[in-house]
Design a protein around this ligand. Structure first.
Ligand code: SAM
Length: 453
C-alpha cells in the first residue's frame, strides 16, 4: 500500500469524522509515518487538492456512478475523491491511480472495491475538460456553474461576488475563485528593528509588505532566527502595520490587541511597539490560544501582558490601562472566507448561518473596543473575510451606534504609505480590501477609525 495515500485518506477521514483541521493534522501524520520528502509532498498534494476540489469531484463522481454523492458510503466517497483527484488533477498514471485506490478500498470497505474500480475507470475515460464541459452544461444557473467548476459552495460564490461588485470589480470573480484553489506560498515576516535580519537578506522581499519575504527554505529560516522571523501572510502583516503606522507614535502610547490568538499580528505589533517606545497588551478568549500568543512574541524583548478574557467585557484597568488605549487592533473572529487557500476544508464546513452569529459577536467586540479607546485613540477593525456583512456591514452598524464619537480615517492612504509598491485598491478610501487573486494575499479587510471624544 502506498504510505502517502494512506496518510491522505486518514486525514480526510479525520476531517470528516472529527472536524480535524487538515493543516494541523497532516504534518503530524506525515511525521508519524516517517514519510520521505517526496512522499510527504505527495500526501500534501493529495490531501489539500482533494479537500479543495471536493465539490467538483463529487459532481464528477455523481455522473460517473449514476447516484448522488450523499448515497455513497462516506469512507468509500473519500477513496473515490482521492482517486478522482489523481486522475484529473495530477500526473499520476491512470493505472496507478485506479489500482492504488482499489487497494485502499479493499482495506477500508472491501465490499465496495468493485464499485470504486468501476467509477474510477469511468472517470479516467474522459479528460478534465470534458468533465467540466459536461457539468457546466447541466447547471441551472451561472452561480451553480461557477460553484461546481470552482469547487466552492454556491453561497460563498454569491458572497464573494457581492464583495467584488461592491468595489466595482465583479468581473474578477472567476480569477478569485481560481486563486482560492491554489496553494499559497509560505510567506515570512521579518519582525522589524530586532536584529540584523532583513527581507532582502533573507530571500525575495515581498512586493507590498515592507517586512515580508519569501525564501526557498522558510521553515529552516524560522527555526534559525529565534522568533524574529515568522511565517505570516503578507496581508496580515499589512493589517498590523496599518495600525502601528496609522499616525506617528507618541512615546508611551498604550496599545491593545483585543483578540490576539494565535499571535501573528501581536508579534508584529510588539516589534513596532518596542521600536516606538509604546506599551502593548494582548487579550485572547481561549487560554490555549493565549499561550500561542506568548510563544509568538517570545522573540521580541518587550514585556507584553497577555490576558485571557472575553473581549466584550474585559476592563481597561484589568488590562493595565485605566485611561484606555491609544491604539487597538480588533482582528475579529470571522468566517475566514478570505483564507480559503490555506484551510482546504473550511469552505465545506462554514455555513450561511455562521454569518449572523459572527456579525453579532463582531459588533459586540467593536463596541467594547471603542469603550476601551482613549479619546483620540485609533481602532483597526480587521477581518480575514471579505463577506460584506462582516466587513462593511459590521463597520457601518458600529458607526451608526457611535455616531459623533468615531471618525473614519483614510485607511487606503495609510496602507499605501506602508507598502513598497502601490496596491491596486478599489472602493471607498475609508477601508482596504486585499485579495488573493489581485495581491497574492489573504482577503484581509482593514478599516481604521478614530475616537473623537
Ligand atoms: C481572527 S483570530 C485573530 C488572529 C490573530 N490576530 C493573529 O494574527 O494571529 C480571532 C481570535 O479571536 C478570539 N476570540 C473569539 N471570541 C473572542 C472574544 N469574545 N474575546 C476575545 N477573543 C475572542 C479567537 O479565539 C481567535 O483567536
Amino acid at each position: 500500500m502506498s504510505p502517502p495515500r494512506i496518510v491522505a485518506y486518514e486525514v480526510l477521514e479525520a476531517v470528516r469524522t472529527d472536524e480535524a483541521y487538515a493543516n494541523l493534522l497532516l504534518p503530524k501524520r506525515i511525521e508519524r509515518s516517517k514519510l520521505s520528502e517526496a512522499d510527504a509532498a505527495l500526501a500534501t498534494e493529495l490531501t489539500y487538492g482533494t479537500l479543495r476540489m471536493q465539490g467538483f469531484y463529487d459532481a464528477v463522481i455523481e455522473l460517473a456512478a449514476g447516484r448522488p454523492a450523499g448515497r455513497i458510503d462516506p469512507p468509500v466517497l473519500d477513496v473515490l475523491r482521492l482517486g478522482v483527484h489523481q486522475l484529473l488533477s495530477t500526473r499520476v498514471p491512470t493505472h496507478a491511480a485506479v489500482n492504488e485506490q482499489v487497494v485502499l478500498a479493499k482495506r477500508i470497505a472491501p465490499a465496495a472495491s468493485g464499485f470504486v474500480n468501476g467509477v474510477l475507470r469511468t472517470v479516467s475515460r474522459s479528460s478534465l475538460e470534458s468533465w467540466r464541459d459536461e457539468l457546466a452544461a447541466e447547471m441551472p444557473s451561472d452561480d451553480a456553474r461557477l460553484a461546481v467548476l470552482s469547487s466552492h459552495p454556491e453561497w460563498i460564490v454569491r458572497a464573494l461576488r457581492s464583495a467584488l461588485v461592491k468595489e466595482g470589480r465583479g468581473d474578477e470573480l472567476e480569477a478569485l475563485l481560481e486563486a482560492d484553489n491554489l496553494a499559497p506560498r509560505v510567506n515570512l515576516a521579518v519582525l522589524p528593528g530586532l536584529g540584523d535580519e532583513s527581507p532582502e537578506g533573507l530571500g525575495e522581499p515581498n512586493r507590498f509588505s515592507p517586512i515580508g519575504a519569501t525564501a526557498p527554505n522558510p521553515i529552516a529560516l524560522v527555526a534559525a532566527h529565534e522568533g524574529r522571523v515568522r511565517v505570516q501572510d503578507e496581508g496580515s502583516q499589512l493589517a498590523a502595520l496599518a495600525l502601528s503606522r496609522a499616525a506617528d507614535v507618541a512615546p508611551g502610547e498604550r496599545w491593545l490587541d483585543l483578540c490576539a490568538g494565535p499571535g501573528g499580528k501581536t508579534a508584529v505589533l510588539a516589534a513596532e511597539a518596542l521600536a516606538n517606545d509604546a506599551a502593548l497588551v494582548a487579550n485572547e478568549l481561549v487560554p490555549a490560544r493565549a499561550e500561542l500568543v506568548r510563544r509568538a512574541i517570545a522573540g521580541v524583548p518587550l514585556e507584553v501582558h497577555v490576558a485571557v478574557g472575553d473581549g466584550r467585557e474585559t476592563d481597561a484597568s484589568a488590562l493595565g490601562s485605566a485611561d484606555g488605549f491609544d491604539r487597538i487592533l480588533l482582528d475579529a473572529p470571522c468566517t475566514g472566507l478570505g483564507a480559503l487557500r490555506r484551510r482546504p476544508e473550511a469552505r465545506w464546513r462554514k455555513q450561511p448561518a455562521d454569518v449572523p452569529e459572527l456579525t453579532q459577536l463582531q459588533g459586540e467586540l467593536f463596541d467594547h473596543a471603542v469603550r476601551l479607546l482613549a479619546p483620540g485613540g485609533v481602532l483597526a477593525y480587521v477581518t480575514c473575510s471579505p463577506h460584506t456583512a462582516e466587513t462593511h456591514g459590521t463597520l457601518a452598524a458600529a458607526l451608526r451606534r457611535w455616531e459623533g464619537e468615531l471618525e473614519q480615517l483614510d485607511t487606503r492612504a495609510v496602507v499605501q504609505s506602508v507598502v513598497r509598491e502601490p496596491l491596486d485598491l478599489a472602493g471607498a478610501p475609508e477601508t482596504v480590501q486585499l485579495w488573493p487573486h489581485r495581491h497574492g494575499t489573504d482577503a484581509m479587510f482593514i478599516a481604521l477609525v478614530r475616537r473623537t471624544r
